[in-house]
Design a protein. Structure first.
Length: 275
């Protein structure tokens, strides 16, 4: 038997509110986003600054006890959801039984406000929310200060992006830029160097020393970095294709970001010996 009182069923109003959060305009207006799946929700629960960032947890009955046991402070924000309602809110073919409603980070991130080393990732019209979320997760792993998102970049708080970020939304700064080129120029005035990934760039292996303050720009999946951003960039770099098969035209945007971040952050780090 359950050791906790059974939560109330989610009201129609709550379900309707969550359904609206599938659309960006409502996420922006409410300052909320939804996260689906046990792993993603648990990571967000661990990383959120305090319980006030959790609006509600919609959970199937079988998962309630385990979730409340791991996160006792959420018990008053848990609501039961029917299979039909899960299906209407789920972004996957098979519902994972948990949907969280969270508040967006309260403090606006100001890039370049710290001292010393700083790495920023800029997304220039990345269209796929899965790529956006994966790049956010990768940037957080490699210690980036934050990410800049151009006006045409998919919303970081899109449910698919949230799922791909694996709970990293509270781990690094996020700034939406109506004018990405203008923001990059401001950072250049603060001493940042802007490096853009470009198929027409120089082999990134030629770089032996990376600047302490750096913005890495990853461009659109089909068209790359925009002409305006390319023109202001201090360097254009490419990941060399080592395969002789020219049918392999390019790398996925998130993979490119991971390769660049590995090179930038680990190049000067001592390697552990094997054996």
């Amino acid at each position: 038997m359950s050791s906790h009182p059974q939560p109330s069923a989610a009201s129609k109003a709550l379900v309707s509110r969550c359904r609206k959060l599938l659309m960006k305009k409502y996420r922006d207006r409410e300052g909320l986003f939804i996260a689906e799946g046990l792993r993603t929700v648990e990571e967000l629960l661990r990383q959120m600054p305090d319980i006030g960032y959790l609006e509600a947890l919609l959970v199937e009955p079988a998962l309630v006890d385990g979730l409340v046991a791991r996160f006792p402070t959420v018990k008053d924000k848990v609501f039961l959801l029917s299979a039909g309602d899960f299906s209407s809110l789920s972004g996957t073919k098979t519902s994972q039984g948990v949907i969280g409603v969270f508040r967006k980070p309260a403090r606006p991130w100001v890039p370049g406000s710290g001292d010393g080393r700083s790495l920023v990732v800029a997304l220039d019209d990345i269209q796929d929310p899965g790529n956006v979320g994966t790049i956010l997760r990768t940037a957080a792993w490699f210690g980036a200060e934050g990410i800049l998102c151009s006006k045409g970049t998919a919303d970081v708080f899109n449910p698919k992006a949230v799922r791909s970020s694996a709970g990293s939304i509270y781990s690094t700064g996020i700034l939406d830029c109506q004018d990405l080129a203008g923001q990059l120029r401001l950072l250049q005035e603060k001493g940042y160097r802007v490096v853009s990934a470009s198929l027409g760039g120089t082999d990134l292996r030629a770089v032996s020393n990376w600047p302490d303050q750096l913005v890495l720009v990853i461009g659109n999946e089909a068209n790359g970095v925009s002409p305006e951003v390319e023109a202001l960039s201090d360097s254009l770099l490419v990941i060399p294709r080592l395969s002789p098969d020219e049918r392999v035209e390019s790398l996925n945007a998130a993979v490119s970001a991971a390769v660049f971040l590995t090179r930038i952050t680990l190049q000067d780090q001592p390697a552990a010996s094997m054996g």
